[in-house]
Design a protein around this ligand. Structure first.
Ligand SMILES: NC(=O)c1ccc[n+]([C@@H]2O[C@H](COP(=O)([O-])OP(=O)(O)OC[C@H]3O[C@@H](n4cnc5c(N)ncnc54)[C@H](O)[C@@H]3O)[C@@H](O)[C@H]2O)c1
Length: 359
């Protein structure tokens, strides 16, 4: 990695913090910018600046002197957060505008945006899609998070080539579109899934058993971000400039098959009941209606939203050839073993709880 200062918006979150740890191991200066601090201690060379991407002045102050900004912060990805449209719009769209403007005004030459598969996916079957696929029309997104991530990605890629204030030069931008992120310590999806397993709510699977989706291990995603930042430099002929890339482990798999080692590794049996996808989708729709009506009085966590049903039950996977060719991305093979171990070491899992009781 080129020496310099790297700013990570959303650096207090799971992925942003892992990225910071990797950069700090390369002796780079890293600034984490987030509304909340990371849950772990800061490694050497990493500074935390508390701030909100919705506030331009705060973003600008944190970005001063940066050589590259990784814009990772986002809101509304899963659970009840998905239903707060106003905050989603403000953080994902206005926040991204602020980040772009800060880069231009302060002469930051590189901006890498963490996007999502969802910018092209809205519940339709996609097999080995690539970056030539058009964006999903905005009105077809089943959730506001995906819609605003799509708007934000477009803004970032449009800003590519903008003239920088100060010493001149232009802004180089690119967007990475990850699959679902997993890894030890992941705080968004896995604890929720494990909670459902432990509370006996994981009683059924749904959709076609042949349906395929994808995941990306956090460290593969970290490596893709490092490589993308490199591929925006002159040394790499700005190869990634203005480009979007799908990023995954490159191993499509059925969603429930993927989680099977986690369920069984925690001592539970994998459910045998399989429900039709439309039924589960309808249930998710009803849950969202109820949340819409009563969410202000009781902001409960929906079991599933419509977007989550699509993401888990409808085939969509993408080629990573463009990332391999342009970024030199080469994902390593991981499994859920370390995730199971992470939960078990924290006293989670059926057999483990029994063992703890006996001791
Ligand atoms: N987790 C996934 O499966 C997944 C899949 C595809 C894409 N992504 C994208 O990857 C990125 C990282 O995901 P993650 O799983 O680490 O999420 P995360 O929720 O752990 O991290 C996001 C961070 O953004 C911060 N943030 C939210 N609002 C902010 C604001 N107003 N100002 C500053 N910071 C704010 C949060 O506090 C949080 O720390 C996100 O951009 C997400 O959209 C995630």
């Amino acid at each position: 990695m080129q020496a310099g200062t790297y700013v990570i918006t959303g650096g207090g979150g799971y992925f942003g913090f892992r990225l910071a740890c990797a950069l700090s191991k390369k002796s780079l200066r890293v600034v984490l910018f987030d509304v909340k601090p990371p849950s772990e201690a800061l490694p050497e060379g990493v500074e935390f600046v508390q701030g909100d991407v919705r506030d331009f002045t705060q973003v600008a102050n944190a970005s001063r002197g940066a050589d590259c900004v990784f814009h990772v912060a986002s809101y509304g990805m899963s659970g009840r957060e998905q239903l707060n449209r106003k905050l989603i719009e403000e953080v994902n769209v206005q926040g991204t505008k602020n980040v772009i403007q800060a880069c231009v005004d302060l002469g930051v030459p590189r901006l890498v945006y963490t996007s999502t598969f969802n910018v092209v996916f809205g519940g339709q079957v996609i097999k080995k899609g690539d970056e030539t696929l058009p964006y999903l029309p905005l009105h077809l997104h089943p959730d506001h998070y995906s819609r605003t991530k799509s708007v934000a990605e477009t803004l970032v890629l449009k800003a590519n080539g903008s003239s920088l204030a100060g010493e001149g030069g232009v802004l180089h931008t690119c967007a990475l579109r990850p699959a679902g992120i997993y890894g030890p310590g992941e705080e968004r999806h896995l604890p929720r899934i494990v909670g459902y397993i432990e509370h006996g709510l994981f009683r059924f699977v749904y959709g076609d058993p042949e349906s395929l989706v994808e995941f990306v291990h956090v460290d593969n995603l970290v490596s893709a971000h490092e490589l993308a930042a490199e591929a925006l430099t002159g040394e790499r002929q700005h190869r990634a400039t203005g480009q979007a890339y799908f990023i995954s482990d490159g191993r499509p798999i059925n969603n429930f098959e993927f989680f099977k080692p986690l369920v069984e590794g925690l001592g539970y049996s994998f459910p045998k009941l399989r429900l039709p996808l439309p039924l589960v989708y309808f249930f998710a729709f009803l849950t969202e209606m109820v949340h819409g009506a009563f969410g202000r009085i009781y902001n409960f966590q929906p079991l599933l939203t419509r977007a989550e049903v699509y993401k888990t039950g409808v085939t969509h996977y993408f080629s990573i050839e463009k990332a391999r060719a342009d970024l030199r991305y080469n994902p390593k093979e991981y499994d859920l073993g370390e995730v199971v171990e992470w939960f078990r070491s924290r006293g989670r899992g059926k057999n483990r709880s029994r063992r703890l009781l006996k001791n």
